[in-house]
Design a protein around this ligand. Structure first.
Ligand code: MN
Length: 563
């Protein structure tokens, strides 16, 4: 595999060359499932990181990101050879590799938060995204069962993370790469129905291009680039679901993209376009004046174009364009290395300060928005400094205040587990009950029947939730808690409808000896949604039921919520 930027870097940068040589030596003889040398993977990961404009520390970390986990080279040695920062980044990426999304839908948000909290330094996430991008590009060689899990994790966790960091291009690529593995039938449908349409629109855009170019030139404006952008399959599919699967209604299947030198030029070009073709009302979006919460800036307009065809046109500056591609990475590169040619010689930087400013900026944007999109809620790494995210052995993420102990963790899972707690294992090792948990810790609570909580726990626990329960258990009565325990579960099942399906679903539920309290169907989407409430709250039972239900091939998605 050719990796041009890295090849150039190892000639000119001693630090990167050393990391390159070490990685090569360490992965010597190892093969990927594709049959390729393992080293190709780390070198390609580093290539992405370099292309996105990150510093030498991040590039070296990308080269070394699998050495600790897969070759047994110690973190200590990396620290001695390459310094604290590289070893911190490698350690971070290694830790993220241990987090697995196991398909519990309502855990998705917590998992994303945990990844941010664990990373601390934004470069950890960026290296991880590069790693994931290459893994997705080579997912074909992985066994089918694993393919699906990795694709799902990419779609649910990493693509949205990339999006929130403004890395739209990478986010879109990750989604597109996951899509065929998660929705093979839908993917085939799209290929069949959209391919020709795409090609037709591409040809059409080619006709529009010279007209635009001519008009812009006449007005004395320099266009740096005019090209067409085809909508991604994954986002087309999401949009089709909202438009009755009618591809004729999708106006931005192929959009024309114009890149100019300045913001003033952007608005001038908008005027020129509207002078050529009338715009559709309410379709002019000025993301320059009001950027999207993830930082995206551009002007979009939709016009009745040549032959009266409805066409979307996007106008932006080069800087906006680069940012839209690599988001926080570009942002950071621009700020950090303004005016320096040889940015790689610069002492490596701490992302923190810059990144926090960026987050601050997002926060102020959020205030400006009448309808802030919900995703902002989870972006802020600095918001998590008071929280930790620990994991149950089954992969459920438990959100706790920092300083929380295994006892807090136990009560958070269930009152009974808290009350009968006698010990805890963290990452496989026995710890004392006043142990301070850290993000990413896997916590296994050891319980004993009929045990009562100890009053001394009150001295070290962090949550009032645990405190209330301990007091109540000691006094031998149940307290009225502010947060009531859930009494029911609501299953949310997305299905491809057929006659008799509902009956099959309910039969499976009742055969599991679970009572159905209510059934609701929502049918205005392409795929109907069944909402079924049952009278159980035991997670193990619920998960078992989900496994049984998933065997019905018409079930496309299933999740649950305790209520
Ligand atoms: Mn890797």
């Amino acid at each position: 595999m050719s990796t041009p930027k890295i090849q150039e870097l190892i000639k000119n940068n001693d630090f990167i060359r050393r990391a390159y040589d070490l990685a090569k030596k360490q992965h010597e003889g190892q093969k990927r499932q594709t049959g390729d040398p393992y080293f190709n993977h780390v070198s390609q990961t580093a290539e992405f990181v370099a292309q996105w404009g990150l510093d030498q520390t991040a590039i070296a970390a990308a080269l070394l990101h699998d050495t600790v986990e897969d070759t047994g080279y110690s973190l200590e040695k990396i620290k001695t050879e390459f310094g604290e920062e590289v070893s911190f980044l490698v350690d971070g990426v290694t830790k993220l590799g241990k987090i697995k999304y196991r398909g519990v839908e309502r855990q998705v948000e917590n998992l994303r938060k945990m990844i941010l909290a664990l990373s601390q330094d934004i470069r950890v996430i960026i290296v991880k995204l590069a790693d994931r991008l290459h893994n997705m590009q080579t997912l074909n060689a992985v066994p089918p069962q694993k393919q699906k899990r990795i694709a799902l994790e990419t779609m649910e966790i990493y693509a949205p993370l990339a999006y929130r960091l403004g890395m739209q291009k990478i986010s879109g690529e990750l989604e597109d790469l996951s899509f065929p593995y998660i929705y093979p039938r839908e993917y085939r449908w799209l290929i069949e129905h959209a391919k020709e349409k795409y090609e037709e629109r591409e040809r059409y855009t080619e006709k529009v291009k010279p007209i635009v170019m001519e008009a812009i030139k006449k007005a004395g404006i320099d266009a740096l680039m005019i090209d067409s952008r085809a909508k991604r399959y994954s986002s087309l599919y999401k949009k089709l679901l909202r438009y009755d699967m009618d591809i004729e209604k999708i106006y931005d299947l192929v959009a024309l993209r114009i890149v100019v030198k300045s913001v003033a030029d952007c608005y001038a070009v908008l005027g020129i376009i509207h002078n050529l073709w009338p715009p559709l009302p309410n379709r002019i979006k000025d993301y320059i004046a009001l950027p999207k919460p993830n930082g995206y800036r551009s002007i979009h307009t939709t016009v009745f174009c040549v032959d009266n065809k409805i066409t979307e046109i996007q106008i932006r500056t080069q800087e906006m364009h680069d940012e839209a591609e690599t988001g926080i990475a570009a942002h950071w590169a621009y700020e950090q290395f303004k005016g320096t040619e040889d940015y790689l010689d610069k002492k490596s930087v701490t992302a923190n300060k810059k990144e926090l400013q960026w987050v601050q900026q997002l926060r102020s944007w959020q205030k400006e928005f009448a309808h802030p999109e919900e995703f902002l809620e989870s972006l802020k790494i600095d918001f998590f400094k008071d929280r930790i995210f620990a994991i149950t052995p089954k992969g459920e993420v438990i959100d706790l205040p920092s300083g929380a102990t295994p006892v807090d963790f136990a009560y958070q899972i269930h009152t009974e587990i808290g009350n009968s707690c006698t010990g805890a294992k963290v990452n496989g090792k026995i710890v004392s009950l006043d142990y301070r948990l850290r993000s990413g810790d896997i916590v296994d609570i050891i319980t004993q029947k009929n045990k009562k909580p100890s009053e001394s726990w009150i001295n070290f626990i962090k949550t009032s939730h645990a405190r209330n329960h301990i007091r109540a258990a000691i006094k031998g009565k149940t307290v009225q808690l502010s947060k009531r325990e859930p009494k029911e579960v609501e299953l949310k099942i997305v299905v491809e409808d057929r006659v008799g399906l509902l009956k099959d679903v309910t039969v499976i539920i009742s055969r599991s000896h679970i009572n159905i309290i209510a059934i609701n169907t929502i049918t205005n989407a392409k795929f109907p949604i069944l909402k079924i409430r049952c009278d159980i709250t035991n997670k193990e039972k619920i998960e078992k039921l989900l496994v049984k239900l998933k065997k019905l091939k018409e079930i496309k998605e299933i999740g649950y919520q305790l209520i």
